[in-house]
Design a protein. Structure first.
Length: 83
């Protein structure tokens, strides 16, 4: 676990998405996400890209797990009640 970001209205977080990341449940209000995918077949065929996408070397930090997005959530944490 490297960073916890405190959001504020009107601000955005941009990251490359090459590491496991997650978002905590909101308790009130709304959350809007804009997700943009960029794909380059030429870049993904390079050695540099392949070196960056090795299997995880250990278990994820519990704060970075998302029960809605991580298929392996149940291997590391119990699902929240009612989920």
């Amino acid at each position: 676990f490297k960073l916890a970001h405190q959001h504020r209205p009107g601000a955005a977080v941009l990251h490359r998405g090459q590491h496991r990341h997650g978002a905590e449940d909101i308790e009130a209000g709304e959350r809007t996400n804009l997700v943009v995918w960029s794909y380059s077949r030429a870049f993904r065929s390079t050695t540099a890209y392949k070196r960056q996408h090795l299997k995880e070397v250990g278990p994820p930090h519990p704060r970075c797990l998302s029960y809605t997005h991580d298929r392996d959530f149940g291997q590391f944490k119990q699902y929240p009640a009612g989920k």
